[in-house]
Design a protein. Structure first.
Lengths: 170, 407
């Protein structure tokens, strides 16, 4: 049921689903097809959860939207879970799926060093689809940034409440 | 300057007696022998490789139909041209001599250009082209002028052997103020697409001075373009004309360059054009005309498609103004993206056509709003806002596509 929901959310239709490695020159790479058929980590987390960072990016050229969310363990700074939601072409979906897979279990600083070229190479993206991998990289960075800014805001808010408490008790 | 002029005059006198074709041999040999300085490799190679066919052509084409006085004039101008080119081939790295050389080149180019135009001798075209290229890249004040001249030369070379008569430029247009040509230099991407962009400015002059300047002429019957409107097919003999890149899509449909097109009757005009230009109508004609027909009708199809879709029309309008919409950067505008995310999710979840239609009308309304804001921004030339409006339009357009797919 989840898979069906996932399929719908990803906007899967009858689209171009070239057979895996047979049509090497013109078809999608088998990894891309795999991510399309068996989407992993599709879903969403609660946006207001303080441990969740949300990256929302778009590509003006094709009108794609990509949302990537990471759940971070505050103590260790490691990413424990990630999920994504992408409206766009197969390459965009595959890129974001790969991004969520790679991001899991890594430290936040490490994750910022994931390059779009690695994603593109992993999926054998043709030149015309390289911007999809760029989008995925930007989504990761945006998610990390969002988490950090949330943390900073929370820290500032806590400091304020602590101060007011001190003043009250004094 | 004096040493150059002396050398020039000596060569001048020496070469005056020779015919045009032998000039060419001398020039090409001279250029081939001189060690080409790093600045002008273009002088040597094209001249060398173009020499044999050009020489053959020179001997086969008619020599000057004009009286002998102009033949000596042409000989003298071509010899002065060769003088300038040989002097330029000589190491003249000093700045003062380069500016004089440039002036020399300019004057000679002008003369040779006009002579060639009259004599229809294409053998010197290649040399003229290389020198024009140099002038253009040196970024002179009259850059626009030389750009347009070079585009004409390029065009003629391309269409050799039959030199086109639809040559709009005449001596008068050389004195037209430089600001007209600035249009060409202001177009972005000029460095990559010199020739087509420049033809915009050149032909723009032409079409705007319809009464005063020379009209484009049919390559087949030589008749001038009489009817109003873009010259895509000859009114007299019906031959399809080669594609003129400077006629923009709006001109093809006789519309003003605005975003709003009311009562444009695009479809009617489109069908009218295809009745004249469609490739199926030129089965029995020459290969050249078939090619023209294919290109022209493809262009008209492109124009129709671009103008009938608001988003494409908007992008095209900006392109005509020289504004390039950068599509590579990712955008992180949270409001727009969150909105689009919601819309797309709603589309995915909606299963019946009723709710889909509802969403569709909503999105269409939003699209209209973006459309209006684009129009406003474009009118006041606020290109940043125009680009932002285009982005929004694209997202909404995409959403509408998805809805249509689902319906």
């Amino acid at each position: 049921m989840l898979r069906a929901a996932g399929r719908r959310i990803l906007g899967l239709g009858s689209g171009h689903r070239a057979p895996a490695a047979a049509v090497a020159s013109r078809g999608y790479h088998e990894r891309v097809v795999d991510h399309y058929d068996n989407p992993r980590n599709v879903g969403s987390f609660d946006k207001n959860d303080p441990t969740v960072g949300t990256g929302l990016v778009g590509a003006p050229a094709c009108g794609d939207v990509m949302k990537l969310q990471i759940k971070v363990d505050d103590a260790t700074g490691k990413i424990v879970d990630a999920c994504f939601k992408t409206f766009g072409c197969g390459s965009a979906i595959a890129s974001s799926s790969v991004a969520t897979e790679w991001v899991k279990g890594k430290h936040m600083e490490e994750v910022s060093s994931i390059k779009n070229t690695e994603i593109a190479k992993h999926l054998s993206l043709p030149p015309v689809k390289l911007h999809c991998s760029m989008l995925a990289e930007d989504a990761i960075k945006a998610a990390v940034k969002d988490y950090e800014s949330k943390k900073a805001k929370l820290a500032a808010a806590n400091a304020e409440t602590a101060q007011t408490e001190k003043v009250a008790s004094a | 300057m004096t040493c150059l002029s002396k050398g020039g005059s000596i060569v001048f006198r020496g070469l005056r007696a020779m015919s045009l074709s032998s000039h060419l041999m001398v020039v090409s040999e001279g250029l081939a022998n001189t060690p080409s300085p790093g600045r002008e490799p273009s002088f040597v190679s094209p001249a060398r490789c173009r020499c044999p066919p050009a020489a053959r052509r020179a001997s086969s084409t008619d020599t000057l139909p004009t009286p002998s006085s102009s033949s000596t004039a042409s000989a003298s101008s071509s010899s002065s041209f060769t003088a300038s080119s040989s002097s330029s081939a000589a190491p003249s790295s000093s700045p003062s001599s380069s500016s004089h050389r440039r002036q020399f080149l300019e004057n000679n180019c002008l003369n040779v250009f006009l002579i060639m135009r009259r004599s229809k001798n294409c053998s010197l075209f290649s040399l003229l082209r290389t020198s024009l290229k140099e002038l253009v890249y040196e970024n002179t004040a009259k850059r626009g002028l030389w750009l347009s001249a070079s585009s004409l030369v390029h065009e003629d070379l391309h269409l050799h052997p039959r030199i086109l008569s639809n040559f709009c430029i005449n001596t008068r247009s050389f004195s037209i103020p430089v600001k007209r040509f600035d249009r060409a230099s202001n177009c972005r991407g000029l460095d990559h697409h010199d020739f087509p962009e420049v033809r915009v400015s050149n032909r723009f002059l032409c079409s705007s001075e319809a009464g005063s300047g020379e009209l484009p002429r049919c390559w087949n019957c030589g008749g001038a373009a009489v009817s109003p409107g873009p010259f895509l097919a000859c009114g007299l003999c019906g031959s399809v004309q080669p594609v003129d890149q400077s006629i923009d899509f709006f001109q093809i449909f006789g519309l003003e360059r605005k975003y709003e097109i009311k009562d444009g009757n695009l479809e009617g005009k489109y069908k009218d054009w295809q009745k004249k230009l469609h490739p199926d109508l030129v089965h029995s004609k020459s290969e050249k005309e078939k090619m023209f027909a294919a290109e022209q009708s493809a262009r008209v199809i492109d124009a129709y498609r671009t103008l009938s879709k608001p988003l494409l029309r908007a992008i095209y309008l900006l392109k005509l103004e020289g504004v390039h919409v950068d599509e590579e950067k990712t955008i992180t505008d949270p409001d727009l993206l969150a909105e689009m995310m919601d819309i797309r999710e709603a589309v995915e979840e909606a299963n019946d056509s009723h709710s889909l239609n509802q969403i569709q009308t909503q999105v269409e309304e939003k699209f209209e709003k973006c459309s209006r804001s684009f129009e406003q921004a474009f009118k006041i030339h606020d290109f940043d806002n125009a680009i932002a409006a285009i982005e929004r339009m694209r997202y909404h357009d995409r959403a509408l596509e998805e809805i249509t797919k689902k319906l």
